[in-house]
Design a protein around this ligand. Sequence first.
Ligand SMILES: *Cc1c(COP(=O)(O)O)cnc(C)c1O
Length: 426
Amino acid sequence: MPTSQQLFERASLSIAGGVNSPVRAFRAVGGTPVFFSRAHGPFLYDAEGREYIDYVGSWGPMIAGHANPDVLDAVRAAISHGLSFGAPTAIETDMAERVRELFPSMERLRFCSSGTEATMSAIRLARGFTGRDTIVKFEGCYHGHSDSLLVKAGSGALTFGVPSSPGVPADLAKHTLNLPFNDLQAAEQLFQTHGEQLACVIIEPITGNMNMVLPEPGFLEGLRALCDRAGVVLIFDEVMTGFRVAPGGAQGLYGIQPDLTCLGKIIGGGMPVGAFGGRQAIMDQLAPLGPVYQAGTLSGNPVAMAAGIATLTVLSRPGFFDQLSATTTAFVEGILEAARDAGIPMAGVSQGGMFGLFFHPGPVRCLTDVMAANEAHFKAFFHGMLAEGVYLAPSLYEAGFVSSTHGPAELERTFNAARKVLATLS
Ligand SMILES: *Cc1c(COP(=O)(O)O)cnc(C)c1O
């Protein structure tokens, strides 16, 4: 059987960098990425048949566990009717109705095939609706890899954004402004000078791409009020938090209605699905009703819709989230206890089936705090846990995920591994 090392070397001869998405390459932690061949429940199995307890869950979608029987049955049934029609199907409406039940702020919505497409389309729509070009995002939030969103803060307060990747035109990047997360005062200042020029504010209401950071009380409410006053579209990017921190996402949890919402990851249950939607007056600007163009050959694909509906059905069952939250809380508490016993400063946070762990004494409230974490400890912990059969996200900027199939036995194995590995760090 080929090893991951051999598979990676072969992949690197045909696939750019050997991977189809950069974080998979393990560059942030060093070493060779593990190649997986199958997965079941809370477990991943690598190319050589080794078992790992999985805390990545395909970056979120596998909330009901890998190879969930209900999801697989739904996909098998859908496949037998054909893979794609490029024309409307009733299952798209079934799915839209299911999403709207959980996200009532999405009066109208549209499906696409990835989170990147959802955020890119939501931003175009916000610009088209308001007739304004400037958008605001927050440092450390990730919204996919479209040009307007691969922008970092320029030097100096309130300067225009600069590209964070070659290939993004500076002329475009200057329309994106960055603010520090959890800093309502900075947002108020920006709105005072630029409020009337802003098309939208886009935010991960709970972040997952600078690891997991919760909004402080009043922060999201403050943004909502600022946007209302200046006629700015508030976009919640819930690609990660949707169906994950609570069935109705962060907006359900905090009771705040954004104007537009972006979804991805869990919504496809492991198939490529994204969605964006919100107030009808804004969504009616989209073609064919309105002038703002957006489209997709495989959007609303019936097989992907079937996987999504089955996943949303499983996670809507009574008790699903209570159990998931309890498991995730126990996971974070167990790791923090092991760290305390080993004398390693760590902070942790969780909500629903999502968690953040930091080699940092806390509190962690913005990107600056996340960047102050002990990177050497993180790398050693990651590789130590991997060797013990526990698969964590290979970057300290990623949140982690628990599924409904993780139980006491998996937690026990994880804590034993953590105690062993943390002892080697002190
Ligand atoms: C993953 C993610 C995206 C991008 O989704 P893709 O499906 O990878 O394009 C956008 N926003 C957030 C918050 C994400 O976590």
